[in-house]
Every structure is written in C-alpha cells, then in structure tokens.
Design a protein around this ligand. Structure first.
Ligand SMILES: Cc1ncc(COP(=O)(O)O)c(C=O)c1O
Length: 371
C-alpha cells in the first residue's frame, strides 16, 4: 500500500465546497490585494493566538524578516537561534544584517535549550528566536525571564505550531502569545496551509504592530508616503479566503494528528530500536511532524521508500554546518545534540486524513525493517 507523507488532495476533497464558496467572491470582485478577507483572518488568528494584533504577510519567512528588521540591528549584532530548524529562521537573521548565533537543543523535544541560550548571551546579543519545532512549544517560561532580564527581543518562530499551547503557571499559553512577536507560516504543507505562500505575525505591542504593518507595505502607512524603506509583503486576499475556510477545521485536524501520534507511539513503545517523539508534559503538541529517532536511519528511509511509504528527514544538515554559514566558524562537534538529531531523525506520515489501514502499513514497514 502506498502512503504519501502528506495528502493535500484528500483534505481538499473534504472541504472543496467551503473553499470554493470562500474564494469566488474575491474573484468575482477582482479584489486581490488587502481585501476584507485579510483583516477577517487577522482578527481570527489574533483570537486564536491570544494576541492584540495579527498582521498578515507574504510568507513565514517574511514573518521572521519584518520583526527582525524592526530591531534595527547594527553590523555584528547577534540573534541566538537553534541550528536544528528550517533554513528560513537563520536566513532571515542574515538578510537583515544580523549574525545568527547557533545553540544546541534539548534532546527530548528537539527545541532550543534555555541553558544553551544563557551560555550564548553576550554584549552583542539583541534577540532570541525559539522555534516551536514539529508542533510543540519551547520552554518559554525559562526563555522569557532570561531574555527580559537582558532586554532581548523574543521572536517565537511558530511556523510549525499554529494552535499549539503550553501550560505555564497553571495557564494555557498559545504559541506566539508571550514573545515580542510570534510568526506563522501558511505554506501549503503546514497544519493550516494556504494555496500558495502566506504568513502572519502576532504581537501584543501596539507600536510594533504599527511598524510591522508599515514594513509590509513598502514602509508607508499612507499610500505613496514612505517613512522608511520596507517590503512588498502582503498576504493575498485569495489566500486569506482559503485560510478562513480552513480555520474552523484546524482544531479537529490537530486532534486527528494527535490521535495518529498516540497510535504510532503505542506501536513503537518498548521497541528496542525505534525512539518515538517525546511530548513535554507541559505541552499540547499539534504534531506538524511525527519524528522518530532510528538507528540506520538512511537505510530505513530507503526501505520505506521502496515500499511506497512517504517519509522525510527534517533536517539532514543543521544550519551551523551549512556552506553559506561556514564563515561563522562552527565545526562538526560544536552542537552535539543537534548533530545526533540530524543523523538519526526521520518523519512519518501524520496528516489528519491518514486511515488506520495506511497507518498500519507505515508501522509494519518500520518494524519490518528492524525484524
Ligand atoms: C520553522 C520554520 N520557520 C520558518 C518557515 C518559513 O515559512 P515559509 O515557508 O512560509 O516562508 C518554515 C516553513 O517552511 C518553518 O518550518
């Protein structure tokens, strides 16, 4: 049985009428730029994220770029970030003239280690980007006091964690709620995916929200008047309409993903080779990815692919070892927990529409490899 890593066609078939009903008015009125759908979605995402503001933009990459730009970094200013993340996290730091400082992760959750942040803070540090990787939040209750006591910005990269939450002092806190800014991606494969690129920034700070709104429109609050040089980084009305149609399903989709995760973890628990992902007990994990650690990982990947089982390695080469960051001087061995992860992880199909039969095929193929 073939099992894709992700089946967006299956999702579309279930919501086709709702999506077409949402996008047709945009097409009929030919109103593609900054239409009312964008503001509606911003209100809805601010509600979901428990924030005062949400500002749509062109991608999850730009959602990082704009708040980093708002820090007005000077050459040599540093932003601390994990090396075990998608490239955009560090690419955005570089593209605003900052220097990424890569630190190690917690082996249990794959998220940035607060202790490593503390050790990396220096006189040029201006901010921290914790990435809520694979669908569960980083230890914000430890990261925030560290950052606040030193006046650092905290940009939560929640591209993979929309709707994820963490219990802090008895209160559920949403991904993006507590940092200076939280950033979301609507890349099609994300838990809430558009039909193209899209992103959003969430924040509690009024002045910052205003600046981000300007930066996404070439730096001008008023048309043809530019207070600073910004970007063309709007969220399309069509994408906002698609996302508004999908948003009411998000909680059910995340529940379905979590149920699949429980089933996989039951099947793999106690197995001597396969190490299922660990959920921090403070977290509600939305399982953007179900990522196991497995010995002979590359051979396992070949075995799964030969049987038609979709799988992927997120991420095979951590960012501190990427050729474009060679000038920063990190050698192999400098981030041992990150490097152990990149050499052993493999992600399995976890999309909401995955059937029990398909999931059995994945489990049999994984366990069959080690039998
Ligand atoms: C952790 C992380 N940060 C940033 C991004 C960038 O988002 P986008 O692809 O929408 O630019 C992604 C998604 O690909 C991501 O997974």
């Amino acid at each position: 049985m073939k099992v894709p890593l992700l089946d967006l066609v299956a999702q579309y078939q279930g919501i086709k009428d709702e999506v077409l009903r949402a996008i047709m008015p945009v097409i009929e009125r030919q109103g593609f730029i900054m239409g009312p759908e964008v503001a509606q979605l911003e209100t809805a995402i601010a509600g979901l994220s428990h924030t005062r503001h949400a500002i749509g933009c062109a991608s999850g990459t730009d959602a990082l770029l704009l708040p980093l730009r708002a820090l007005d970094l000077r050459p040599g200013d540093e932003i601390i970030t994990p090396a075990f993340t998608f490239f955009a996290t560090a690419g955005a730091i570089h593209n605003v003239g900052g220097t990424p400082v890569f630190v190690d992760i917690d082996p249990a959750t794959f998220n940035i280690s607060p202790r490593a942040i503390e050790e990396a803070i220096g006189p040029r540090t201006r901010g921290v980007i914790p990435v809520h990787l694979f669908g569960q939040m980083a230890a914000m209750e430890e990261i925030l006091p560290l950052a606040r006591s030193r006046g650092l910005a905290v940009i939560e990269d929640a591209a993979q964690s929309i709707g994820a939450r963490r219990r802090i002092d008895g209160v559920w806190r949403m991904a993006g709620e507590l940092g200076t800014v939280g950033t979301l991606s609507f890349f099609p494969s994300k838990n809430l995916g558009a039909y193209g690129d899209g992103g959003m920034m969430v924040t509690q700070e009024d002045a910052l929200a205003e600046r981000l709104r300007r930066l996404r429109l070439h730096g001008g609050a008023k048309q043809y008047h530019h207070d600073e040089v910004g970007y063309n980084s709007r969220l399309d009305s069509l994408q906002a309409a698609v996302l508004l149609a999908k948003l009411p399903h998000l909680a059910d989709w995340s529940r379905a993903r979590a149920a699949h995760a429980r089933r996989y973890t039951e099947a793999f628990s106690g197995h001597p080779a396969v190490c299922p992902p660990q959920v921090d007990p403070h977290n509600e994990h939305i399982f953007h990815q179900y990522t196991i650690r497995a010995p002979r990982r590359d051979e396992l990947q070949v075995h799964l692919k030969a049987r038609g089982i979709g799988c992927a390695i997120y991420y095979p080469l951590a960012l501190h070892l990427q050729p474009c960051f060679a000038h920063l001087g990190y050698a192999r061995g400098s981030l041992p927990v990150t490097e152990a992860a990149m050499d052993s992880v493999i992600s399995l199909p976890i999309y909401p529409e995955l059937t029990g039969e398909q999931q059995d095929a994945v489990i049999d193929a994984v366990l069959g490899f080690y039998a």
